[in-house]
Design a binder for this molecule. Structure first.
Ligand SMILES: Nc1ncnc2c1ncn2[C@@H]1O[C@H](COP(=O)(O)OP(=O)(O)O)[C@@H](O)[C@H]1O
Ligand code: SF4
Ligand SMILES: [Mg+2]
Length: 332
């Protein structure tokens, strides 16, 4: 693998609640190589967004904090930076885009001004207008001058997301964190935005941490993937290997519930049950209440993760890989 630019180690993030601190990201380790597209996938509520916010140390709630761990970005621990140093990294070297562009665009500012905002904030040395025009063009938006003068309500959802990506890319970040960037868009626009992100990686060499609940998006985009469940990484691998031979029962279930256009099956599979409440986590494996091959050990001992890049946190990997365990559930 190429040089690692982001290395999150043993990250723990908590949210303060009435009953005390709740661990929403629990001892999570992952890394991203230079120019690599790495996926973070899991059902809703697994802690993917909180992981992303932790990297930026910008949370949607003041009750959240990174409690421990390291976030090594280009050989510096972001958790040890002074606030002004961190501000210089955010938006310039690491940028982030989100599911719903509308909430992150100011309705009273033109798209051009919003695209240029990071340039101004980080004292861009060149011609801001020319750079903005180039960005708009690079995003595949028609008529750059006209689009730059438009307000968010005057453009489509896909164009809003392109503008947000332009703004994120304006300072040529080395890492783009994209949290469900296409979830709110219809299928055709989704594919176009994914294409755009792939092109940007090729043109700029920016690495992308792509967060999604959709394994289809992972298959399209990612070099490697981390699977997250209830605040923990349960499996990591190259995308090719993960799809060829998923080892964790959760990954196997997610794959089975991913609708494939080629498959002839009409029956839609869903993993039974729901992500556990973080206040009432099972003592052993967090997936045990939903796992078709859970045994007594699973109920009592949390499975151990040996290494980070090809990890799997399961006591019964051989059993999981030997039989099609989710077939056992058909008709249940
Ligand atoms: N603003 C918030 N206030 C309180 N709890 C939150 C907030 N955002 C997320 N959480 C909690 O953190 C956990 C992880 O959520 P999140 O990271 O948003 O999951 P995902 O992005 O995988 O859907 C969930 O249990 C959720 O309830
Ligand atoms: S450790 Fe046990 S319960 Fe957890 S995924 Fe593996 S087999 Fe299932
Ligand atoms: Mg999320």
């Amino acid at each position: 693998m190429n040089e690692i630019i982001l290395d999150a180690r043993n990250l723990v993030t908590e949210i303060h609640q009435r009953r005390g601190w709740l661990r929403v990201v629990d001892d999570v380790s992952f890394n991203v190589g230079r120019g690599e597209i790495v996926g973070l996938v899991g059902e809703s509520g697994c802690g993917k967004s909180m992981t992303a916010f932790s990297l930026m140390q910008l949370f949607p709630t003041p009750a959240a904090r990174v409690a421990s761990g390291q976030i090594i970005f280009e050989n510096r621990d972001l958790l040890k930076l002074a606030p002004n140093e961190l501000r210089r990294v955010r938006g310039a070297q690491i940028a982030m885009i989100f599911q719903d562009p509308a909430t992150f665009l100011d309705p009273l500012m033109t798209l051009g001004d919003q695209i240029a905002e990071p340039l101004r904030a980080h004292n861009f040395a060149g011609d801001v207008r020319a750079r903005t025009r180039d960005l708009v063009e690079q995003m595949g938006l028609p008529d750059p001058d006209l689009i730059a003068r438009r307000y968010p309500h005057q453009v489509s959802g896909g164009q809003k997301q392109r503008a947000l990506i332009a703004s994120a890319m304006s300072c040529a970040p080395k890492l783009l964190i994209a949290d469900e960037p296409t979830t709110a868009l219809d299928v055709t626009v989704q594919a176009q935005i994914l294409d755009l992100m792939r092109d940007l990686r090729a043109q700029t060499g920016a690495a992308i941490l792509l967060i999604t609940h959709d394994l289809g998006v992972i298959a399209e985009m990612c070099d490697r993937v981390y699977v997250m469940y209830a605040g923990k990484i349960v499996e990591a691998n190259t995308t090719r290997e993960l799809f060829r031979a998923p080892r964790h029962p959760y990954t196997q279930g997610l794959l089975r519930s991913t609708v494939s256009l080629e498959s002839a099956t009409t029956e839609l599979f869903a993993i039974p049950g729901t992500v556990p409440n973080l206040n009432e986590l099972p003592r052993g494996c967090r997936f045990a209440p939903r796992c078709p091959i859970a045994n007594a050990q699973c109920a009592h001992e949390p499975p151990f993760v040996a290494d980070e890049t090809r990890a799997v946190a399961c006591w019964n990997v051989e059993r999981a890989m030997a039989s099609e365990i989710w077939k056992l559930d058909v008709g249940r």
